[in-house]
Design a protein around this ligand. Structure first.
Ligand SMILES: [Zn+2]
Length: 114
């Protein structure tokens, strides 16, 4: 799945094997990463971009519709530390990476989304 974020990118790798880093629309951190999955012919985004500096998270294209602030609508990112209600991999609202998610999925702790 991919997100609907309106962020700019801080890198311009132009490579399907080397995803660009996004710039956080809230705090300007230039090293926001997303989870990417290897689909054989390249990497596709399989999780939202998220900012480790302030906790903002890109809104997913298939997230449950929630009420957004004007800022969130404009950026396409949830504001920092908003209780996470998206469909990305999360456990009790805490975002986890796709490797851990896969593990939890394998043992039946979470369901596949999207
Ligand atoms: Zn940030």
């Amino acid at each position: 799945m991919s997100g609907i974020g309106m962020h700019k990118f801080s890198t311009d790798n132009k490579s399907i094997w080397k995803p660009d880093l996004a710039i956080c629309p809230y705090c300007g951190d230039e090293s926001c990463e997303a989870d990417f999955c290897d689909v054989g012919v390249g990497l596709v985004q399989c999780g939202p971009y998220h900012c480790e500096s302030c906790g903002a998270i890109e809104i997913g294209a298939y997230d449950k519709k929630v009420e957004l602030s004007a800022e969130e609508e404009e950026f396409g990112w949830y504001k920092p530390n908003r209780p996470y209600e998206g469909c990305a991999n999360n456990i009790n609202g805490v975002l986890i990476d796709h490797k851990l998610a896969k593990k939890m999925y394998d043992v039946g702790l979470i369901k596949q989304n999207g």
